[in-house]
Design a protein around this ligand. Structure first.
Ligand SMILES: CC(=O)N[C@H]1[C@@H](OP(=O)(O)OP(=O)(O)OC[C@H]2O[C@@H](n3ccc(=O)[nH]c3=O)[C@H](O)[C@@H]2O)O[C@H](CO)[C@@H](O)[C@@H]1O[C@H](C)C(=O)N[C@@H](C)C(=O)N[C@H](CCC(=O)O)C(=O)O
Ligand SMILES: Nc1ncnc2c1ncn2[C@@H]1O[C@H](COP(=O)(O)OP(=O)(O)OP(=O)(O)O)[C@@H](O)[C@H]1O
Length: 489
């Protein structure tokens, strides 16, 4: 495509020829290939402008900036374009270079503080069960019909726009009509989901997370709210007060789901068992009894969100409810580690106060013995969460083992000290900073009938301490330990 074609409908000012051919849009100079257009955007750590020389050396044929002073004074050997906002231009240009692929797909975007990965996978599984192909994009990677593909893709909850539109074009090439993606507040704010032609937006819940990134809860909520303006129709959890207020403020078509009155899709729990939940799902005059193979009210809410979504895609509710009886959680979400020790061992990705409350409440209800919780909090992220998570752990846990999460540039001891501020004065706990030792201690401490829950890392295969990433998987390590203990027993 020629530059002139790319920018003809976009507000901009340009120096140089509009006839230069471009191949791809790229904002990282290290990834420039000959023929790319380099978008020199401002970041949190650096400015793309300092990498323009490097991009040109690698073969960039044009440069885009949103810094007016730089544009006015620059004298580059290639065309330079000024746009008001590089991030929104990247989204537009990526969509245009791929010929706006989202328009040929059904795109569903799921937002919420917790449950995005779960619900996107549920929607994908229900569609697969109804013989339709689906691509799911999010924290756990890119999945096609339940299998993981594109292993080298960046690991973000919401990918950068250049990658999203590439994957949309892949979906078209592979004849996959449905793409379900996670919409993080950061992704929405950074324009990663602009020009995605979103058919259905789903709002699960808005509680506390990423407050330091956004500056305040109000701004975090406003970022989530962007989805309501991007999506043609919005599916809203009426049980969550913030989602409901976003829904009520939304002009387009809204569909409400939940356990309360005046909803379009209603769920009533009939039997709340230790390994499954039986509930009644009602939409207009249609009612179905569904046996969901999951525990916890929050999982029922996730299932209802997925059922509502697929029914809104015009599949019959009865078939969807049948498919919902076979749902599986994504890796690292309430994942049970089988063992012969009589101990219930669960790996879970809960890393926010609300997620922690949901899982600990659920486990406490179904545990006959003691509830042993192994966790810490991530470094360089919301400090205010820490005492709150400490308090929640202290309400439900009989014994807490404080350890190390992705401590990044912070001291795990100091993180744990802030967590302990939320503990009750009688809380029984120990600190084992080495995560392996913490898990080992939990297994040695537990007796038959107890439950051990390893929180915060879920599916992750690495632990980031300082600027080093080392291999570590809660699941793999606990499985190894279980094998050793089983041999000894
Ligand atoms: C906050 C955020 O969105 N950060 C992303 C962002 O960093 P940044 O804007 O600060 O960019 P920067 O590093 O200052 O660089 C500025 C510009 O110079 C370019 N550059 C930089 C260095 C270089 O050597 N050469 C070069 O060209 C960069 O590509 C960029 O265009 O752009 C980088 C490269 O394009 C991303 O890798 C980085 O995501 C990092 C990995 C990240 O962790 N993001 C997290 C916070 C994130 O987006 N999380 C959300 C929410 C997750 C959740 O809900 O839990 C997500 O959707 O994943
Ligand atoms: N609806 C829900 N409400 C509260 N907590 C939930 C809900 N669904 C899942 N969780 C908890 O949140 C954890 C993470 O779930 P999931 O990965 O689906 O959320 P997410 O929004 O994708 O998180 P992230 O964006 O950080 O990847 C789960 O392991 C569980 O403990």
């Amino acid at each position: 495509m020629q530059i002139g074609e790319l920018i003809k409908d976009w507000p901009c000012t340009m120096k140089g020829s509009i006839r230069v051919e471009i191949n791809r849009v790229e904002d990282n100079a290290n990834h420039i290939l000959p023929g790319d257009i380099f978008i020199a955007r401002k970041g949190n750590k650096s400015s793309g402008i300092s990498f323009i020389d490097s991009a040109l050396e690698k073969g960039a044929v044009a440069v885009v900036v949103d810094d007016e002073a730089y544009f006015n004074t620059s004298e580059l050997s290639v065309p330079i374009i000024w746009v008001p906002n590089c991030l929104s231009f990247i989204a537009y240009a990526s969509a245009k270079m791929h010929n706006f692929p989202a328009e040929a797909l059904k795109v569903i975007a799921v937002t919420g503080t917790n449950g995005k990965t779960t619900v996107t996978h549920f929607i994908g599984q229900i569609l697969n069960n109804l013989n339709n192909r689906a691509m799911v994009i999010g924290t756990n990677g890119v999945f096609i019909d339940g299998e993981k593909y594109y292993p080298d893709m960046e690991s973000l909850t919401t990918l950068q726009a250049k990658n999203i539109h590439f994957l949309f074009s892949e979906a078209i090439r592979l004849d996959i009509p449905y793409v379900i993606l996670e919409a993080s507040s950061i992704g929405l704010e950074k324009h990663r989901l602009d020009y995605c032609d979103i058919d259905l937006g789903i709002f699960l819940n808005v509680t506390e997370d990423h407050i330091e990134d956004h500056g305040s809860f109000e701004r975090y909520k406003m970022s989530k709210q962007i989805l309501a303006t991007l999506a043609k129709r919005n599916i809203i959890n009426s049980d969550d007060s913030v989602c409901r207020s976003i829904g009520l403020a939304t002009k387009g078509k809204r569909i409400f789901f939940g356990k309360g009155s005046h909803v379009d899709y209603f769920l009533q729990t009939l039997v709340d068992g230790p390994s499954s939940t039986t509930c009644c799902i009602q939409h207009k005059k249609e009612k179905h009894i569904v046996n969901i193979p999951l525990v916890g009210d929050y999982q029922c809410s996730n299932v209802l969100a997925a059922i509502t979504c697929v029914n809104q895609l015009d599949f019959p509710l009865v078939d969807i409810c049948n498919a919902a009886q076979k749902l599986l959680l994504p890796e690292g979400r309430f994942e049970r580690v089988e063992n012969q020790l009589g101990i219930s061992i669960i790996v879970d990705y809960a890393h926010t106060p609300d997620a922690m409350k949901m899982i600990l409440q659920t486990l406490k209800k179904h545990t006959t013995g003691r509830l042993i919780v192994v966790f810490s909090c991530g470094g360089n992220r919301d400090r205010a969460k820490r005492p709150k998570m400490g308090m929640i752990a202290s309400i439900y846990a009989d014994y807490i083992i404080l350890t190390t999460d992705n401590a990044r540039d912070e001291s795990p001891q100091l993180i744990n000290k802030q967590i302990r501020q939320g503990f009750s004065s009688t809380q029984s706990y120990i600190e084992r900073l080495n995560r392996k030792e913490a898990i080992e201690h939990a297994l040695n401490y537990a007796e038959a009938g107890d439950t051990i829950v390893l929180l915060g890392k879920g599916h992750e295969k690495t632990q980031q301490i300082g600027d080093k990433q080392k291999y570590f998987s809660d699941k793999v390590f606990v499985q190894e330990m279980v094998k050793q203990l089983e041999k000894r027993v």
